[in-house]
Design a protein around this ligand. Structure first.
Ligand SMILES: *Cc1c(COP(=O)(O)O)cnc(C)c1O
Length: 430
Protein backbone atom coordinates (compact mmCIF):
# COMPACT_ATOMS: atom_id res chain seq x y z
CA UNK A 1 0.00 0.00 0.00
CA UNK A 2 1.37 3.40 -0.95
CA UNK A 3 -0.20 6.58 0.32
CA UNK A 4 0.38 10.17 -0.68
CA UNK A 5 0.40 13.08 1.74
CA UNK A 6 -0.01 16.79 1.09
CA UNK A 7 3.16 18.86 1.39
CA UNK A 8 1.02 21.47 3.17
CA UNK A 9 0.46 18.82 5.88
CA UNK A 10 -3.17 19.76 6.32
CA UNK A 11 -5.12 17.15 4.38
CA UNK A 12 -5.82 13.42 4.72
CA UNK A 13 -3.49 10.88 3.12
CA UNK A 14 -4.84 9.34 -0.08
CA UNK A 15 -4.11 6.42 -2.40
CA UNK A 16 -2.41 6.80 -5.80
CA UNK A 17 -5.86 6.70 -7.36
CA UNK A 18 -7.21 9.63 -5.33
CA UNK A 19 -4.00 11.61 -5.87
CA UNK A 20 -4.29 11.16 -9.63
CA UNK A 21 -8.01 11.98 -9.81
CA UNK A 22 -7.76 15.11 -7.67
CA UNK A 23 -4.35 16.33 -8.82
CA UNK A 24 -3.90 18.59 -5.83
CA UNK A 25 -4.78 18.09 -2.14
CA UNK A 26 -7.76 19.93 -0.57
CA UNK A 27 -5.28 22.14 1.37
CA UNK A 28 -3.77 23.12 -2.06
CA UNK A 29 -0.56 21.18 -1.29
CA UNK A 30 1.23 18.94 -3.76
CA UNK A 31 0.94 15.22 -3.15
CA UNK A 32 4.11 13.36 -2.21
CA UNK A 33 4.70 9.61 -1.74
CA UNK A 34 4.79 8.53 1.90
CA UNK A 35 8.09 6.71 1.34
CA UNK A 36 10.67 6.10 -1.39
CA UNK A 37 12.17 2.64 -0.91
CA UNK A 38 15.44 1.94 -2.76
CA UNK A 39 15.25 -0.77 -5.41
CA UNK A 40 17.30 -3.94 -4.77
CA UNK A 41 21.03 -3.60 -5.58
CA UNK A 42 20.82 -6.24 -8.30
CA UNK A 43 18.29 -4.09 -10.17
CA UNK A 44 21.09 -1.63 -10.94
CA UNK A 45 23.77 -4.32 -11.32
CA UNK A 46 21.72 -6.16 -13.93
CA UNK A 47 19.78 -3.29 -15.50
CA UNK A 48 21.31 -3.79 -18.97
CA UNK A 49 19.60 -7.19 -19.14
CA UNK A 50 16.16 -5.60 -18.61
CA UNK A 51 13.90 -4.11 -21.29
CA UNK A 52 12.67 -0.55 -20.86
CA UNK A 53 9.25 -1.98 -20.01
CA UNK A 54 10.69 -4.13 -17.22
CA UNK A 55 12.72 -1.25 -15.83
CA UNK A 56 9.69 1.04 -15.83
CA UNK A 57 7.43 -1.53 -14.21
CA UNK A 58 9.82 -2.32 -11.37
CA UNK A 59 10.48 1.39 -10.72
CA UNK A 60 6.89 2.66 -10.76
CA UNK A 61 4.97 -0.28 -9.29
CA UNK A 62 5.77 0.59 -5.65
CA UNK A 63 4.40 4.13 -6.23
CA UNK A 64 1.18 2.82 -7.72
CA UNK A 65 0.67 0.18 -5.04
CA UNK A 66 -2.55 -1.77 -5.32
CA UNK A 67 -4.39 1.06 -7.10
CA UNK A 68 -3.79 -0.63 -10.48
CA UNK A 69 -3.41 -4.42 -10.98
CA UNK A 70 -0.04 -5.55 -12.36
CA UNK A 71 -1.43 -6.79 -15.66
CA UNK A 72 -3.13 -3.43 -16.30
CA UNK A 73 -0.02 -1.50 -15.25
CA UNK A 74 2.11 -3.59 -17.62
CA UNK A 75 -0.31 -2.82 -20.39
CA UNK A 76 -0.21 0.91 -19.64
CA UNK A 77 3.60 0.91 -19.63
CA UNK A 78 3.81 -0.86 -22.98
CA UNK A 79 1.51 1.77 -24.52
CA UNK A 80 3.37 4.70 -22.95
CA UNK A 81 6.93 3.64 -23.83
CA UNK A 82 6.65 2.50 -27.45
CA UNK A 83 9.52 4.69 -28.70
CA UNK A 84 13.27 5.11 -28.12
CA UNK A 85 15.26 7.13 -25.58
CA UNK A 86 18.76 7.11 -27.08
CA UNK A 87 21.88 8.59 -25.47
CA UNK A 88 23.96 10.25 -28.20
CA UNK A 89 27.64 10.98 -27.47
CA UNK A 90 28.74 14.43 -28.64
CA UNK A 91 32.07 15.19 -26.94
CA UNK A 92 34.52 13.06 -24.91
CA UNK A 93 32.69 13.80 -21.65
CA UNK A 94 29.31 15.06 -22.93
CA UNK A 95 26.30 13.21 -24.33
CA UNK A 96 22.63 14.03 -24.81
CA UNK A 97 19.63 11.95 -23.84
CA UNK A 98 17.04 12.44 -26.60
CA UNK A 99 13.52 12.52 -25.18
CA UNK A 100 11.75 13.73 -28.32
CA UNK A 101 10.98 10.52 -30.17
CA UNK A 102 7.37 10.35 -28.96
CA UNK A 103 4.21 11.35 -30.84
CA UNK A 104 4.36 15.11 -30.12
CA UNK A 105 8.17 15.31 -30.14
CA UNK A 106 8.46 16.67 -26.62
CA UNK A 107 9.43 14.80 -23.45
CA UNK A 108 6.03 15.53 -21.91
CA UNK A 109 4.58 12.65 -23.97
CA UNK A 110 5.57 10.03 -21.38
CA UNK A 111 3.98 11.77 -18.40
CA UNK A 112 0.89 12.81 -20.34
CA UNK A 113 0.30 9.31 -21.74
CA UNK A 114 0.88 7.65 -18.38
CA UNK A 115 -1.54 9.97 -16.64
CA UNK A 116 -4.13 9.56 -19.41
CA UNK A 117 -4.03 5.78 -19.18
CA UNK A 118 -4.22 5.77 -15.36
CA UNK A 119 -7.18 8.14 -15.41
CA UNK A 120 -8.82 6.09 -18.16
CA UNK A 121 -8.51 2.99 -15.98
CA UNK A 122 -9.87 4.73 -12.88
CA UNK A 123 -12.82 6.20 -14.75
CA UNK A 124 -13.98 2.73 -15.85
CA UNK A 125 -15.34 2.27 -12.34
CA UNK A 126 -17.33 5.47 -12.51
CA UNK A 127 -20.31 6.38 -14.65
CA UNK A 128 -19.53 10.08 -14.54
CA UNK A 129 -17.11 11.37 -17.16
CA UNK A 130 -13.98 13.18 -16.02
CA UNK A 131 -13.22 16.50 -17.71
CA UNK A 132 -9.54 17.41 -17.90
CA UNK A 133 -8.90 21.15 -18.20
CA UNK A 134 -5.51 22.35 -19.45
CA UNK A 135 -4.22 25.81 -20.16
CA UNK A 136 -1.19 25.67 -22.42
CA UNK A 137 1.48 28.00 -23.72
CA UNK A 138 2.52 25.35 -26.25
CA UNK A 139 3.97 21.90 -25.51
CA UNK A 140 1.80 20.71 -22.63
CA UNK A 141 -1.43 20.95 -24.61
CA UNK A 142 -0.13 18.89 -27.52
CA UNK A 143 1.23 16.11 -25.32
CA UNK A 144 -1.93 16.01 -23.20
CA UNK A 145 -4.23 16.05 -26.26
CA UNK A 146 -2.32 13.22 -27.86
CA UNK A 147 -2.04 11.19 -24.67
CA UNK A 148 -5.77 11.41 -23.89
CA UNK A 149 -7.05 10.91 -27.44
CA UNK A 150 -9.64 8.17 -27.50
CA UNK A 151 -9.45 7.44 -23.74
CA UNK A 152 -12.97 6.38 -22.69
CA UNK A 153 -14.67 8.31 -19.93
CA UNK A 154 -12.38 11.31 -20.23
CA UNK A 155 -13.09 14.62 -22.01
CA UNK A 156 -10.21 17.03 -22.56
CA UNK A 157 -10.65 20.79 -22.91
CA UNK A 158 -7.55 22.75 -23.90
CA UNK A 159 -7.35 26.52 -23.64
CA UNK A 160 -4.66 28.23 -25.66
CA UNK A 161 -3.91 31.88 -26.39
CA UNK A 162 -4.88 32.75 -29.94
CA UNK A 163 -1.89 33.65 -32.11
CA UNK A 164 0.63 32.98 -29.33
CA UNK A 165 1.56 29.33 -29.91
CA UNK A 166 3.70 28.17 -32.83
CA UNK A 167 1.88 26.96 -35.99
CA UNK A 168 3.01 23.35 -35.37
CA UNK A 169 1.92 23.50 -31.76
CA UNK A 170 -1.48 24.88 -32.78
CA UNK A 171 -2.02 22.02 -35.24
CA UNK A 172 -1.13 19.50 -32.52
CA UNK A 173 -3.91 20.96 -30.34
CA UNK A 174 -6.63 21.54 -32.86
CA UNK A 175 -6.65 18.65 -35.34
CA UNK A 176 -7.40 15.59 -33.22
CA UNK A 177 -11.17 15.77 -32.63
CA UNK A 178 -12.90 12.91 -30.76
CA UNK A 179 -12.73 13.62 -27.00
CA UNK A 180 -10.37 16.59 -27.42
CA UNK A 181 -11.72 20.15 -27.76
CA UNK A 182 -9.52 23.19 -28.31
CA UNK A 183 -10.71 26.57 -27.08
CA UNK A 184 -8.93 29.46 -28.76
CA UNK A 185 -8.82 32.23 -26.21
CA UNK A 186 -8.66 35.87 -27.22
CA UNK A 187 -5.99 36.69 -24.61
CA UNK A 188 -2.67 35.59 -23.09
CA UNK A 189 -1.55 32.31 -21.53
CA UNK A 190 -2.13 33.87 -18.10
CA UNK A 191 -5.77 34.58 -19.11
CA UNK A 192 -6.17 30.92 -20.08
CA UNK A 193 -4.73 29.80 -16.76
CA UNK A 194 -6.97 32.21 -14.83
CA UNK A 195 -10.07 30.80 -16.56
CA UNK A 196 -9.07 27.25 -15.66
CA UNK A 197 -8.46 28.17 -12.02
CA UNK A 198 -11.77 29.99 -11.84
CA UNK A 199 -13.64 26.99 -13.25
CA UNK A 200 -12.23 24.75 -10.49
CA UNK A 201 -13.76 27.11 -7.90
CA UNK A 202 -17.04 27.64 -9.74
CA UNK A 203 -19.68 25.52 -8.00
CA UNK A 204 -22.19 25.87 -10.84
CA UNK A 205 -19.66 23.86 -12.88
CA UNK A 206 -18.23 21.50 -10.23
CA UNK A 207 -21.79 20.53 -9.17
CA UNK A 208 -22.36 18.85 -12.51
CA UNK A 209 -18.84 18.09 -13.81
CA UNK A 210 -15.93 16.11 -12.39
CA UNK A 211 -12.96 18.35 -13.19
CA UNK A 212 -9.25 17.61 -12.98
CA UNK A 213 -6.09 19.15 -14.38
CA UNK A 214 -3.21 17.59 -16.28
CA UNK A 215 -0.22 19.72 -15.35
CA UNK A 216 3.01 18.43 -13.82
CA UNK A 217 1.81 18.73 -10.24
CA UNK A 218 -0.22 15.56 -10.88
CA UNK A 219 1.78 12.59 -9.54
CA UNK A 220 0.91 10.50 -12.60
CA UNK A 221 2.55 13.08 -14.86
CA UNK A 222 5.48 13.73 -12.56
CA UNK A 223 6.75 10.31 -11.40
CA UNK A 224 7.05 8.41 -14.73
CA UNK A 225 9.69 10.93 -15.78
CA UNK A 226 12.11 9.04 -13.54
CA UNK A 227 12.25 6.37 -16.29
CA UNK A 228 14.42 8.60 -18.47
CA UNK A 229 17.29 8.58 -16.01
CA UNK A 230 17.18 4.80 -15.60
CA UNK A 231 17.17 4.35 -19.39
CA UNK A 232 20.22 6.62 -19.67
CA UNK A 233 22.03 4.80 -16.86
CA UNK A 234 21.41 1.47 -18.57
CA UNK A 235 23.03 2.78 -21.76
CA UNK A 236 26.17 4.35 -20.30
CA UNK A 237 26.98 2.55 -17.04
CA UNK A 238 29.61 0.25 -18.56
CA UNK A 239 31.70 2.98 -20.09
CA UNK A 240 31.24 5.87 -17.74
CA UNK A 241 31.17 6.63 -14.01
CA UNK A 242 30.36 9.79 -12.08
CA UNK A 243 27.24 10.64 -14.05
CA UNK A 244 26.15 14.25 -14.08
CA UNK A 245 22.67 15.07 -15.41
CA UNK A 246 21.85 18.53 -16.67
CA UNK A 247 18.12 19.14 -17.02
CA UNK A 248 16.62 22.17 -18.80
CA UNK A 249 14.13 23.21 -16.15
CA UNK A 250 10.94 25.25 -15.92
CA UNK A 251 8.55 23.82 -13.35
CA UNK A 252 11.29 21.44 -12.11
CA UNK A 253 9.14 18.31 -12.39
CA UNK A 254 11.52 16.47 -14.70
CA UNK A 255 14.65 17.07 -12.63
CA UNK A 256 12.79 16.23 -9.43
CA UNK A 257 11.82 12.85 -10.94
CA UNK A 258 15.53 12.30 -11.68
CA UNK A 259 16.28 12.88 -8.03
CA UNK A 260 13.66 10.28 -7.13
CA UNK A 261 15.59 7.82 -9.38
CA UNK A 262 18.68 8.68 -7.34
CA UNK A 263 16.76 7.97 -4.10
CA UNK A 264 15.82 4.62 -5.60
CA UNK A 265 19.54 3.85 -5.57
CA UNK A 266 20.73 4.95 -9.00
CA UNK A 267 24.34 6.24 -8.81
CA UNK A 268 24.43 9.93 -9.82
CA UNK A 269 27.26 12.29 -8.95
CA UNK A 270 25.45 15.57 -9.49
CA UNK A 271 22.30 17.20 -10.86
CA UNK A 272 22.28 20.52 -12.68
CA UNK A 273 19.11 22.50 -13.22
CA UNK A 274 19.80 24.69 -16.24
CA UNK A 275 17.42 27.62 -16.69
CA UNK A 276 16.94 30.51 -19.09
CA UNK A 277 16.83 34.03 -17.69
CA UNK A 278 14.01 32.94 -15.36
CA UNK A 279 16.54 32.45 -12.59
CA UNK A 280 14.56 31.92 -9.38
CA UNK A 281 16.41 28.68 -8.56
CA UNK A 282 19.92 29.75 -9.64
CA UNK A 283 19.43 32.65 -7.22
CA UNK A 284 18.20 30.27 -4.53
CA UNK A 285 21.44 28.27 -4.78
CA UNK A 286 23.33 31.47 -3.92
CA UNK A 287 21.07 32.95 -1.24
CA UNK A 288 19.19 29.85 0.06
CA UNK A 289 16.19 32.11 -0.10
CA UNK A 290 13.24 31.22 -2.34
CA UNK A 291 11.89 34.32 -4.05
CA UNK A 292 9.39 33.76 -6.86
CA UNK A 293 9.36 36.35 -9.67
CA UNK A 294 7.05 37.09 -12.61
CA UNK A 295 8.12 35.07 -15.65
CA UNK A 296 10.01 36.62 -18.57
CA UNK A 297 9.61 35.53 -22.21
CA UNK A 298 12.62 33.76 -23.78
CA UNK A 299 13.40 31.58 -26.82
CA UNK A 300 13.18 28.46 -24.60
CA UNK A 301 9.59 29.33 -23.75
CA UNK A 302 8.55 26.02 -22.18
CA UNK A 303 10.80 27.04 -19.27
CA UNK A 304 9.47 30.56 -18.79
CA UNK A 305 8.49 30.00 -15.17
CA UNK A 306 9.19 32.35 -12.29
CA UNK A 307 7.65 30.29 -9.48
CA UNK A 308 8.48 26.65 -10.27
CA UNK A 309 5.78 24.47 -8.75
CA UNK A 310 7.84 21.32 -8.16
CA UNK A 311 10.77 22.90 -6.33
CA UNK A 312 8.99 22.28 -3.04
CA UNK A 313 9.12 18.56 -3.84
CA UNK A 314 12.88 18.78 -4.40
CA UNK A 315 13.40 20.48 -1.05
CA UNK A 316 11.28 17.82 0.59
CA UNK A 317 13.53 15.07 -0.85
CA UNK A 318 16.37 16.71 1.10
CA UNK A 319 14.47 17.21 4.38
CA UNK A 320 13.89 20.87 3.48
CA UNK A 321 17.59 21.45 4.11
CA UNK A 322 19.22 23.63 1.44
CA UNK A 323 22.75 22.62 2.46
CA UNK A 324 21.97 18.94 2.01
CA UNK A 325 20.45 19.64 -1.41
CA UNK A 326 23.37 21.77 -2.57
CA UNK A 327 25.90 18.96 -2.02
CA UNK A 328 24.62 17.28 -5.16
CA UNK A 329 22.78 20.04 -7.00
CA UNK A 330 23.72 23.20 -8.88
CA UNK A 331 21.66 25.59 -10.93
CA UNK A 332 22.77 28.08 -13.58
CA UNK A 333 20.93 30.61 -15.70
CA UNK A 334 21.69 31.49 -19.34
CA UNK A 335 20.58 34.31 -21.63
CA UNK A 336 19.01 33.89 -25.07
CA UNK A 337 22.22 35.02 -26.76
CA UNK A 338 24.26 32.40 -24.86
CA UNK A 339 21.64 29.81 -25.86
CA UNK A 340 21.93 30.72 -29.55
CA UNK A 341 25.71 30.61 -29.26
CA UNK A 342 25.43 27.08 -27.80
CA UNK A 343 23.16 25.98 -30.69
CA UNK A 344 25.79 27.23 -33.14
CA UNK A 345 28.66 25.63 -31.20
CA UNK A 346 26.98 22.20 -31.07
CA UNK A 347 26.23 22.34 -34.78
CA UNK A 348 29.73 23.46 -35.76
CA UNK A 349 31.68 21.12 -33.48
CA UNK A 350 29.49 18.02 -33.26
CA UNK A 351 27.16 18.40 -36.26
CA UNK A 352 24.29 18.25 -33.78
CA UNK A 353 21.12 20.32 -34.08
CA UNK A 354 19.83 21.13 -30.61
CA UNK A 355 16.60 22.89 -29.72
CA UNK A 356 16.81 25.98 -27.46
CA UNK A 357 15.86 23.98 -24.32
CA UNK A 358 18.47 21.27 -24.91
CA UNK A 359 21.03 23.99 -25.63
CA UNK A 360 20.39 25.50 -22.19
CA UNK A 361 20.98 22.04 -20.71
CA UNK A 362 24.26 21.76 -22.61
CA UNK A 363 25.41 25.13 -21.25
CA UNK A 364 24.67 24.00 -17.69
CA UNK A 365 26.85 20.96 -18.16
CA UNK A 366 29.71 22.93 -19.65
CA UNK A 367 29.62 25.35 -16.75
CA UNK A 368 29.82 22.56 -14.16
CA UNK A 369 32.47 20.52 -16.00
CA UNK A 370 34.77 23.57 -16.14
CA UNK A 371 35.98 22.72 -12.65
CA UNK A 372 34.54 19.27 -11.87
CA UNK A 373 35.09 15.79 -13.26
CA UNK A 374 32.34 13.54 -14.47
CA UNK A 375 30.46 12.28 -17.50
CA UNK A 376 27.72 14.70 -18.41
CA UNK A 377 24.36 13.97 -19.98
CA UNK A 378 22.05 16.81 -20.90
CA UNK A 379 18.39 16.10 -21.61
CA UNK A 380 17.17 17.11 -25.06
CA UNK A 381 13.53 17.79 -24.16
CA UNK A 382 12.10 18.74 -27.58
CA UNK A 383 12.82 18.11 -31.24
CA UNK A 384 14.41 21.22 -32.87
CA UNK A 385 11.62 21.23 -35.48
CA UNK A 386 9.22 22.44 -32.77
CA UNK A 387 11.26 25.64 -32.55
CA UNK A 388 11.84 25.86 -36.28
CA UNK A 389 12.18 29.63 -36.66
CA UNK A 390 14.64 30.10 -33.83
CA UNK A 391 16.82 27.17 -34.86
CA UNK A 392 16.80 28.02 -38.59
CA UNK A 393 17.56 31.67 -37.96
CA UNK A 394 20.32 30.84 -35.49
CA UNK A 395 22.05 28.33 -37.78
CA UNK A 396 21.21 29.93 -41.15
CA UNK A 397 20.05 26.55 -42.49
CA UNK A 398 16.74 24.94 -43.37
CA UNK A 399 15.65 21.97 -41.29
CA UNK A 400 14.18 18.94 -43.03
CA UNK A 401 10.54 18.56 -41.95
CA UNK A 402 9.77 15.09 -40.54
CA UNK A 403 6.96 13.08 -42.16
CA UNK A 404 4.89 13.24 -38.94
CA UNK A 405 4.85 17.03 -39.12
CA UNK A 406 4.10 17.21 -42.85
CA UNK A 407 1.00 15.10 -42.28
CA UNK A 408 -0.02 17.17 -39.30
CA UNK A 409 0.21 20.45 -41.22
CA UNK A 410 -2.24 19.14 -43.83
CA UNK A 411 -5.00 18.48 -41.28
CA UNK A 412 -7.72 21.12 -40.82
CA UNK A 413 -7.71 23.16 -37.62
CA UNK A 414 -10.84 23.03 -35.43
CA UNK A 415 -11.18 25.39 -32.48
CA UNK A 416 -13.90 27.26 -30.65
CA UNK A 417 -13.23 30.98 -30.11
CA UNK A 418 -13.66 32.17 -26.51
CA UNK A 419 -13.40 35.75 -25.34
CA UNK A 420 -14.69 35.70 -21.77
CA UNK A 421 -14.98 33.46 -18.73
CA UNK A 422 -18.77 33.35 -19.22
CA UNK A 423 -18.37 31.87 -22.65
CA UNK A 424 -16.01 29.26 -21.22
CA UNK A 425 -18.44 28.37 -18.42
CA UNK A 426 -21.30 28.17 -20.95
CA UNK A 427 -19.24 25.78 -23.02
CA UNK A 428 -18.52 23.52 -20.03
CA UNK A 429 -22.17 23.46 -18.98
CA UNK A 430 -23.60 22.88 -22.44
C1 LIG B 1 8.05 21.48 -20.10
C2 LIG B 1 9.37 21.59 -20.78
C3 LIG B 1 10.58 21.80 -20.05
C4 LIG B 1 10.59 22.03 -18.56
O1 LIG B 1 10.31 20.86 -17.82
P1 LIG B 1 9.92 21.00 -16.26
O2 LIG B 1 9.62 19.61 -15.84
O3 LIG B 1 8.73 21.92 -16.20
O4 LIG B 1 11.11 21.57 -15.56
C5 LIG B 1 11.77 21.82 -20.76
N1 LIG B 1 11.81 21.68 -22.10
C6 LIG B 1 10.69 21.48 -22.83
C7 LIG B 1 10.79 21.37 -24.30
C8 LIG B 1 9.43 21.43 -22.20
O5 LIG B 1 8.33 21.26 -22.95
Amino acid sequence: MMNYYSLNQNAPKVSFKEAVIHGIAPDKGLYFPERITPLPRNFFAEIEGLSNYEIAFKAIQPFVGDAIPSSVLNNIISKVLDFDFPVVALEPTIATLELFHGPTMAFKDVGARFMANCLGYFSQESTKKVTVLVATSGDTGGAVANGFLGVDGVEVVILYPSGKVSPIQEKQLTTLGQNITALEVDGSFDDCQRMVKKAFLDTTITKSKKLTSANSINVARWLPQLFYYLFAYKQVKHNHQDLVFSVPSGNFGNICAGMVAQKLGMPVKHFIAATNSNDTIPLFTETKNYRPKPSKPTISNAMDVGDPSNFIRILNLFDNNADKLLKGFSSYSFSDSETKEAIRHLYKNSGYIADPHGAVGYLGLREYLKDHNGYGIFLETAHPIKFLETVENTLGIQLPIPEKILELIKKPKKSIPINSYNQFAQFLLS
